[in-house]
Design a protein around this ligand. Sequence first.
Ligand code: AMP
Ligand code: ZN
Ligand code: FE
Ligand code: FE
Length: 276
Amino acid sequence: MIDLHSHTNESDGTCSPAQLIQEAVAAGVHILGITDHDTFRGYQQATGLAQAAGVELICGIELSTKLHGRSVHLLGYFLDPGRLAGFSEWVHDLQVARRERNIRLVARLRELGFDITLEEAEARGRGMTGRPHFAQIMVEKGYVPNLRAAFDDYLDESAKGYVYRREPRFAEGVERIRQAGGLASLAHPVRVHGDVPAMLPALCDMGLNAIEAYHTDHSPRETEMYLALARHHGLLVTGGSDFHGDVKPGVRLGTGANGNLHVPEDLVEQLRRNMY
Ligand code: AMP
Ligand code: ZN
Ligand code: FE
Ligand code: FE
């Protein structure tokens, strides 16, 4: 089994890199992509452990980018360690922008009457503290019934607690990933606001390499539709569970939600063959 989309506690997952490798072994996942948000720390910590456990690890990242004013997630794969320096520096700038946003987010949430501090949030998220960590705190303190409500009522782009964060444009994300020797894949297209089939030609022109046709959130029909779009536009295909551990308890590594995920093994071979 293969799974090209997973998160550790170096971003907003709950498993340490070591625990994630254990999960992979337990689930029978022998090729694993770690795609933490805006950081390689989880991947870097997992490399030795993966090798010892016989799990082939793929270096990945998930970037939040802006496309037509909305947030769109972009996956980067097979980034070349030899060309990572410039890319890592750029990613570091994103982390700085995130922290600056978090300071303003705390101020906004306190203004709305919530007793939340930056220290509390950073105790959970460390270098990659994000809105999901704030959402967890809001649930634990009883301010909202669940994570869904935390986002819907306060943290979502359209909600009253949202504060702006500078995010790279989608095209810049694609360009940076490719400059670092990687492949850029449109993450969980079902979550993209807008008409993906209509948007794809422009995204291909920006240099997009692949589309994540297989994802836990996709119905079989949606997967078929994205596969057809990939064929039509000559895009490669990626896929994975988007495993986050306990914060998304229904989603299992490798198999997704209730076994709804089947990522074909030969897909990695296709990706490798198309690297440059
Ligand atoms: P941040 O990078 O801190 O702005 O937080 C973005 C993360 O929050 C995304 O990667 C998602 O995991 C999560 N997120 C964003 N919007 C929502 C939403 N409406 N519902 C649930 N999770 C969301
Ligand atoms: Zn995440
Ligand atoms: Fe995502
Ligand atoms: Fe993800």
